[in-house]
Design a protein around this ligand. Structure first.
Ligand SMILES: CC(C)(COP(=O)(O)OP(=O)(O)OC[C@H]1O[C@@H](n2cnc3c(N)ncnc32)[C@H](O)[C@@H]1OP(=O)(O)O)[C@@H](O)C(=O)NCCC(=O)NCCS
Length: 197
């Protein structure tokens, strides 16, 4: 599956993305906000992630793990996913990150807009669950822009792989009915079936 926005393509991970993935995630200022990303982030870690995503894409109860490719540079600058999908309950989860060199240029918002649109309009989910570690204001602000609400605090809910510290996690969710669509410039989201790369 491929989603396209004005500046980004959200698509499956491939082995060619290994160096971009390492560049993006081998940065403690990114991984300290993520639960399962070790630091340093090695080639082996990147290979394992890509293998995991490729296996997942073949499975019946698949999640959607998208590499965020910047069209102008043909470079992967982040990742975003929809996981733990439960069609019966209409629920999905997932996280996101952007390479620190590309922060504050609207790419996180553009990718999240595409994910939400896909989850609600194509997968027909009605509730998207997320969260953020205490102190992660960029993530909170980004989620709030789209109507996510904080629902609670999981005290010491995670042991962060990057630094081994126990971290408090605020849990958040977006209900379809609360979905806000911030103006992001001209944002065309197109859906494409898997195309071989
Ligand atoms: C959170 C993250 C994905 C945001 O990506 P980004 O591409 O820099 O975000 P955008 O430029 O699209 O900004 C969108 C909104 O997010 C919020 N935001 C982003 N960076 C922010 C910052 N440094 N401080 C405060 N708010 C911020 C703002 O509301 C912003 O909207 P605005 O520009 O209209 O003010 C990025 O900071 C990141 O990868 N962080 C590390 C990993 C992470 O925290 N992932 C989420 C785990 S829960």
């Amino acid at each position: 599956m491929k989603l396209e926005t004005k500046r980004l393509t959200l698509r499956d991970w491939t082995k060619r993305d290994i160096s971009d993935l390492i560049e993006g995630l081998n940065n403690y200022n990114v991984s300290k906000w993520l639960a399962l990303v070790p630091h340093p982030y090695t080639k082996k870690d990147a290979q394992e992630w890509i293998n995991y995503c490729r296996q997942n894409a073949k499975s019946k109860n698949r999640g959607y793990y998208f590499a965020i490719e910047l069209k102008s540079e043909k470079k992967v600058i982040g990742g975003i996913d929809i996981n733990k999908i439960n069609k019966f309950h209409g629920i999905g989860g997932g996280g996101f990150w952007v390479n620190a060199k590309y922060h504050r240029q609207g790419y996180g918002a553009e990718a999240l807009a595409a994910k939400i649109d896909f989850a609600f309009n194509k997968l027909k989910l009605r509730r998207l669950e997320s969260g953020f570690f205490k102190g992660n204001k960029p993530s909170l602000n980004l989620q709030k822009k789209f109507g996510y609400k904080v629902e609670g605090l999981r005290r010491k809910g995670f042991k962060c792989k990057a630094d081994g510290k126990l971290k408090d996690e605020y849990i958040t969710a977006l209900l379809r009915n609360d979905w806000k669509k911030p103006r992001l410039g001209k944002l065309a989201i197109l859906y494409k079936k898997d195309t071989p790369r």
